[in-house]
Design a protein around this ligand. Structure first.
Ligand SMILES: [Fe+2]
Length: 141
């Protein structure tokens, strides 16, 4: 599964939306390598994209988590967000590099599939709930 931006993904916050788009761009960049279907060694390239993706995801999640605190989001939803964010980072950090080297396309595909599904579910559920909270807060007198 490859993830592409659609309006439904909007969380009503331009910064969060832009960051989500960037995560999707990085996922799509990885997908381009997978789809090349050539015989070349892509190990270094794949590792560096996953490294960038991990770094950017950590930056994005900490941005969101800072916003939860600043806007007084409730602790139950903050906990859910934190746990879900951790599972994304763990997935990328937990890639077995030996396995990746042996089976570059297969392993990259499996991780990418996980991340795409995760992002789709997380944005439409967990992040959108926060977006709605922000919107309601902004509309309060
Ligand atoms: Fe989130």
């Amino acid at each position: 599964m490859i993830i592409k931006w659609k309006d439904e993904y909007s969380c009503y916050d331009p910064v969060i939306d832009a960051q989500h788009k960037k995560l999707m761009d990085m996922i799509n960049q990885m997908n381009e390598i997978i789809e090349l279907g050539d015989e070349y060694d892509h190990f270094d390239e794949i590792v560096s994209i996953f490294e960038e993706l991990k770094k950017y995801a950590i930056y994005h999640f900490s941005h969101e988590e800072k916003m939860f605190e600043e806007t007084g989001y409730d602790s139950f939803n903050i906990k859910i967000q934190q746990l879900e964010h951790k599972s994304f980072v763990h997935k990328v950090a937990g890639i077995n590099l030996y396995e990746l080297d042996e089976n570059q396309i297969g392993t990259a595909k499996e991780v990418l599939d996980f991340l795409s599904r995760w992002l789709d579910k997380h944005i439409l559920g967990t992040d959108k709930r926060f977006g709605e909270f922000l919107r309601e807060k902004a509309n309060q007198p």
